[in-house]
Design a protein around this ligand. Structure first.
Ligand code: PTJ
Length: 253
């Protein structure tokens, strides 16, 4: 593929596209994953391609929630692996959250490729692989309903970046706290999750890692207070206001 010149005004965006299209060629990304990425790009443009204040707030609360959890799990799909495999593993190492592959378009080949990618990024243990016996998550159909017994099935908190609405709703119905990272504040996932970070995965994950490190020594009651004081619907409305407001004044044409 052609080299992207560093001085290109949309360098960062083109680098992400390159990662996405290479991951598709490598069989990691579902075909629909490219469409999902394009939709994300449009929303990111409206956000000014930066982390808006409501997202920063949601990231702080998400970090507190992950640190409070008994069995936190990061659910990984093709897009997440393609864009942020290293950060997923870093977050897992720093927070103690488990890593589980859970795919909409599940095939043994894709699972294996994503597993290898996660191991190459430093993962010690990956759940949801082809070798594991899976349990059925109530209220879900298809391959996404197969979850790991020690992972999503028994998790109290699940981080599901870049997800489809059905799964977020099914996880909530199974009494999980759902944290999502979704550029679209109007999506079903964004609306039904417990904590929605309206930001690009590639910006949100490094900030989430930083926040986990910062809050690690914090007293439990303070973390609980942060979670209690957070209202996802209010934060989503603030995200919409940010889109409509002046936050995107400096977007590059
Ligand atoms: O890998 P699989 O088989 O599990 O398939 C995964 C896809 C992405 C195809 C599946 O989950 C899907 O169809 O997703 P949706 O319903 O298209 O939703 C994707 C959401 O993520 C949309 O709301 C996008 O705006 C948003 N999005 C896309 N790219 C990013 C993003 N959010 C944060 N960061 C991104 N980089």
């Amino acid at each position: 593929m052609q080299e992207i010149p560093k001085n290109h005004p949309r360098y960062q965006s083109l680098i992400l596209r390159k990662k996405i299209s290479e991951a598709h060629k490598a069989g990691v990304l579902a075909e629909s994953g490219m469409i999902a990425h394009g939709r994300g790009e449009a929303f990111d443009y409206l956000l000014g391609e930066k982390t808006i204040p409501p997202a920063k707030r949601a990231i702080e609360v998400a970090a507190a929630q992950i640190l409070l959890a008994q069995n936190p799990v990061i659910s990984v799909n093709g897009n997440t692996a393609a864009l942020s495999a290293r950060e997923v593993i870093e977050l897992s190492n720093k927070s103690g959250a488990k890593v589980e592959i859970n795919l909409f378009y599940r095939t043994p080949e894709r699972v294996d490729k994503i597993r290898r990618m996660l191991h190459n990024s430093g993962a010690r243990k990956v759940l949801g692989t082809n070798d594991e016996d899976h349990l059925h998550l109530k209220g879900m159909e298809g391959p996404r309903s197969f979850v790991s017994a020690e992972g999503i099935y028994s998790a109290d908190v699940v981080l599901v970046p870049l997800e489809d609405g059905d799964r977020a709703q099914a996880l909530i119905a199974n009494n999980k706290v759902v944290i999502t990272i979704d550029l679209n504040p109007l999506s079903r996932t964004a609306r039904s999750s417990s904590i929605t970070i309206v930001d690009n995965l590639v910006r949100a994950l490094p900030l989430l890692i930083q926040e986990v490190e910062k809050l690690k020594g914090e007293e439990q009651y303070k973390l609980e207070e942060m979670v209690r004081n957070f209202n996802n619907q209010v934060n989503l409305n603030d995200s919409l206001k940010a889109i409509l407001g002046s936050y995107h004044a400096d977007v590059k044409p």
